[in-house]
Design a protein around this ligand. Sequence first.
Ligand code: HEM
Length: 328
Amino acid sequence: MSRRVPITPQNVSAPLTSSATFLVLRIIHPYSPSSADTIRSTISSVADLSKNVAIRDLSASFSCTVGIGSNAWSALLPRTPKPAELHPFREIKGRVHTAVSTPGDLLFHIRSERRDLNFEFEKQLLDLLGDEVEVADDTEGFRYFDVRDLLGFVDGTANPVGEEVNEAVLITRDESATGQDVRAEAEVGGSYIVVQKYVHDMKRWSSLPTEMQEAIIGRRKWDNVELDDADEGKQAAHKTLTTVEDADGNEYGILRDNMPFGSPGRGEFGTYFIGYSARLWVIERMLERMFIGNPPGLHDRLLDYSTPLTGCVFFAPSASFLASLGKD
Ligand code: HEM
């Protein structure tokens, strides 16, 4: 029997906040031992660094989730088996739209009710990482009215709640028929994360009649009521294409914490998509259904108005595992 140690997950299901920073970093010399030491020690101290900032306003629900990319895992943790599904983002080329794959070794999903707390944390974090990393992307998200995206729709409604959250998001110990633990210690209590930074063509989107926008999303814009699915084989709405079932008809939810970002002055209007799941294949299946279409050719019409500029996969190990890296 394997040894049972208490596992504390990272706070992946932190409540939706009004501000978030999505920081994606590249490690400059991933195989340099001193660089790997600095990075392991910094990410192992994220819980302490978070306390440092969170205490300054306990009502602001500060949290930071750390994700490690596949190549970074090989470099930083060569003796620790990689989580079973962890691999770099696989580009998906549909007939019209492509889900691009872009570089990213580390993700910090920094959330709170206060932009200044997120800013301060990011500053202290980057000070610790010093010259070992470069910023691949740094996006500042904000809440837009009643949790709407910039397309005007309430975003996040179908997220799992209560007990469903952990089931959807956290990898549990998986017992084989012989009672042997088949999950590597590093995987338990962890989650896969997929991020994509989308920019919208607001001019064209705004020129669509509301009924057409609603048919694309699959919900009414004003009151968020879900619309009926289109008939089998016909153009499906976004909410239908992102509903994923296995061969036995079991549906798999994911946890999304999308945030608007952008600047009217720069003509930039975007949605930062972030999805957490215990099963990477579920998010990948959603992406295939969006970009290739179901049936193939009938892609998600949301993509005619939304272009992904990035695409990365990370693994967020448990907080216990992260903390142990400092002792390596
Ligand atoms: C549902 C917006 C990208 C997965 C929705 C809804 C909106 C929305 C408004 C309906 C309300 C809700 O349940 O949240 C967007 C926008 C995106 C985007 C603006 C980017 C431009 C994605 C991507 C995925 C995804 C890339 C997955 C890979 C889902 C899921 C649902 C959903 C799972 C719930 C479906 C259900 O009703 O069961 N999205 N989304 N979305 N979206 Fe997206």
